[in-house]
Design a protein around this ligand. Structure first.
Ligand code: GRF
Length: 194
């Protein structure tokens, strides 16, 4: 069983997909806690599934390092095998990233390295891209630069709005995230000879 802490900042639909998948006893993943940088609406999903939550707000700290230290302590408390950034909109400093090297993944709504950053869907539309997609990748010290685990492409429809496109991306993203975390769990247990 792979224990996972999920960090979110928004509606948490990716988190919800994972929580629903983990209801199946054959799914080898357990969400042990959900954290956020604010009182995000998605935390309600965790509460509904009786999963621990924590909020660590940057505004309560002197600087980013202090914030990240407290966030790290909260995550470590749950001893996760994997930390999943699912719509977590804060950039984590190197100290945090280093603590979870190879155990920290992010889901991003574009085909990286195209359209890094917080406005990937808008940027793809503004650039007139014909295709975009989803990337799930390991997190390194850069922003959306870590090694890619998996990508899935999608064709942008003529005249599609940012919210329409993002919703279609998220349909793919949720399924890909659930599938990818399952693969990571199976790979870990194969490695451990279970
Ligand atoms: C996802 O598309 C994620 O890749 C992006 O923000 C969105 C979060 O969606 N960074 P949700 O909160 O999981 O619904």
């Amino acid at each position: 069983m792979l224990s996972v802490v999920v960090l979110i900042s928004g509606s948490g639909s990716n988190l919800l997909a994972l929580l629903k998948a983990a209801e199946n006893p054959l799914y080898p993943v357990k969400v042990v806690a959900v954290g956020s940088d604010k009182d995000a609406p998605g935390l309600e999903h965790a509460e509904l599934f009786e999963v621990d939550t924590f909020i660590v707000e940057p505004s309560r700290f002197q600087d980013k390092e202090q914030w990240a230290k407290t966030l790290l302590a909260n995550v470590l408390h749950h001893q996760p095998d994997l930390v999943v950034l699912a719509g977590f909109m804060k950039i984590l400093p190197e100290s945090f990233v280093k603590a979870f090297e190879g155990k920290l993944i992010n889901t991003h709504p574009s085909l990286l390295p195209d359209f890094k950053g917080a406005h990937a869907v808008r940027d793809a539309l503004q650039a007139g891209a014909k295709k975009t997609g989803v990337t799930i990748h390991y997190v390194d010290a850069g922003v959306d630069t870590g090694p890619v685990i998996v990508q899935q492409e999608l064709t942008i429809n003529e005249g599609e709005s940012e919210s329409e496109l993002h919703e279609r991306i998220k349909v793919i993203e949720r399924a890909l995230l659930v599938e990818t975390i399952e693969k990571l769990a199976l790979a870990k247990s194969a490695q451990e000879g279970n």
